[in-house]
Design a protein around this ligand. Structure first.
Ligand code: PMP
Length: 478
């Protein structure tokens, strides 16, 4: 078995601008100035964006996908008609599928049932086989997506690129993205800013640019909570960047700075860039631009700051660009007097009361009694929580019922008796919406900036109405 033949040059294409295959369109993406963002933010330096959306798969991941496959061919790990197996749901899958289509490989992607159906459809559209595994199993369960990927790789004698470990991932950026940036700025680039996920982009580019000029500043943008900026790896909502472990390409000596950006700032910046520049960027592009704005504001007028836009906002229309989703997570306000105002006026408990899953039923009852509340969310860790760290809720009615049936539950962990999560409402959501939801649930979990911050109950709304009516009364008699 031999690797596929290198593409033959077709003399009929000589002198034309026809590329011999879509693979030849990977890389050489343009740079564009963020003119309007620079004006709005009073940026003294030149701020430009590397448009990785111009790659055929629409993301920066086409580059490592190609390099990992070429390297596997050179190493004899991938032969004619061979199979590629990778657990991925995102951009790397698209890149691998494109290169595989051209070079005659089969692709099998393994993903969890948490993944949005459009992502599965996208990879299938490129001819890939997609296996969906349950997310709710332990990592060493034979049904877990890691285990399924492992088994398939063995059974089919397949090649597993493993972008988190594969040196060809950063190498692709040292070979292509770095030299492009140097050439496209005429060697005058002073700062490079990119979001870090596998760290392939930031490390690969840094290696090339620091070699040309060690003074070039390399800045990694990271979601708040991720380990790169000193977090513990707790969840955040921006996709494709940040990690809860250090991948092989993490080389902190190469980075001059790591800037942590919140989910809220990432999403609002993505929306701002899309609106004012006409460049539709995703959440991780928004994160990178938010960090680049900080860098470019501090830079000198002659400096050239380049931020890399990894992919398009098209993949995030139902989240970052959906007003309802943004309001529900507490990233946007849709009114002046909304849920947040009710909390300020009516609720005397300012912080979120909660129990951890391993707290006992007895502890939950005590917390409810001391504070005079009837519901508690069950959350992992300590505040500030991410929405994803909420696993359920307990209600005094459920507890009463459970203890009545079996008094021994008193000293069992709360997660054995907890009920479903409370419905969520954003801090900037209309009160009418919250009232409609309170008809079905006695309490709502209030989110601000994507994080649970308090509980809203029917009593809170009534106290608010009472307080507002009192103020009205004073105004009328004054
Ligand atoms: N943004 C998005 C949307 C991505 O898919 C990725 C790749 N995980 C990145 C940013 C970060 O790139 P890298 O993996 O090279 O650090």
């Amino acid at each position: 078995m031999t690797p596929p033949e290198p593409a033959q040059r077709d003399p009929r294409l000589d002198g034309t601008a026809i590329h011999s295959s879509v693979v030849d369109l990977i890389g050489d993406t343009p740079l564009v100035r963020l003119k309007r963002i620079s004006e709005t933010h009073a940026i003294p330096s030149v701020l430009a964006m590397k448009m990785e959306t111009e790659n055929p798969g629409g993301s920066s991941k086409d580059r490592p996908a190609l390099e990992m496959i070429l390297d596997a061919e050179r190493e004899g790990l991938l032969q004619s008609g061979g199979t590629i197996v990778e657990p991925t749901s995102g951009n790397t899958g698209v890149g691998l599928a494109i290169v595989a289509a051209q070079r005659g490989y089969r692709c099998v992607f393994v993903m969890t049932d948490k993944v949005a159906p459009e992502k599965i459809a996208l990879l299938k559209a490129y001819g890939a086989e997609v296996l969906v595994c349950p997310v709710a199993v332990e990592p060493d369960d034979p049904q877990s997506y890691y285990k399924v990927a492992e088994r398939l790789t063995k059974e089919r004698g397949a090649f597993r690129p493993n972008q988190y470990e594969n040196p060809s991932n950063p190498i692709s950026h040292t070979l292509t993205t770095g030299p492009e940036l140097w050439r496209q700025t005429d060697g005058r680039i002073t700062h490079f800013v990119a979001g870090a996920g596998t760290c392939g982009t930031i490390t690969g580019v840094a290696r090339y640019l620091k070699e040309q000029n060690p003074d070039i500043q390399i800045v990694a943008a990271d979601p708040e909570g991720s380990v790169f900026s000193g977090g513990s790896g707790r969840p955040y909502l921006v996709e494709g960047v940040g990690e809860d472990f250090f991948p092989a390409a993490w080389v902190p000596e190469l980075y001059d700075e790591v800037i942590a950006i919140s989910d809220g700032e990432s999403f609002l910046t993505a929306r701002e860039v899309s609106r004012v520049e006409g460049i539709l960027v995703g959440g991780s592009g928004g994160l990178a631009v938010a960090a680049a704005i900080q860098v470019a504001k501090r830079a000198q007028p002659d400096d050239i700051v380049v931020v890399l836009n990894p992919d398009s906002g098209r993949g995030y229309l139902s989240r970052v660009f959906d007003d309802e989703w943004m309001v529900n997570y507490g990233f946007l306000a849709e009114c002046e007097q909304c849920v947040g105002t009710v909390l300020e006026v009516a609720r005397d408990i300012e912080e979120l009361l909660y129990v951890n899953p391993d707290h006992t039923v007895r502890q939950a009852i005590e917390l409810m009694r001391i504070n005079g509340v009837s519901q508690l969310p069950v959350c992992k860790n300590t505040p500030p929580f991410a929405a994803a760290e909420v696993s359920g809720a307990v209600d005094e009615l459920d507890l009463m019922d459970a203890i009545n049936r079996d008094p021994a539950v008193m000293d069992t962990p709360i997660d054995t008796v907890m009920g479903p999560k409370l419905p969520t409402v954003g801090v900037g959501q209309r009160l009418e919406q919250a009232i409609a939801m309170l008809e079905r649930s006695p309490a709502l979990l209030v989110l601000s900036g994507g994080r649970p911050v308090n509980i809203l109950t029917r009593t809170d709304v009534l106290s608010y109405f009472e307080a507002v009516a009192d103020v009205g009364e004073i105004h009328r008699t004054a």
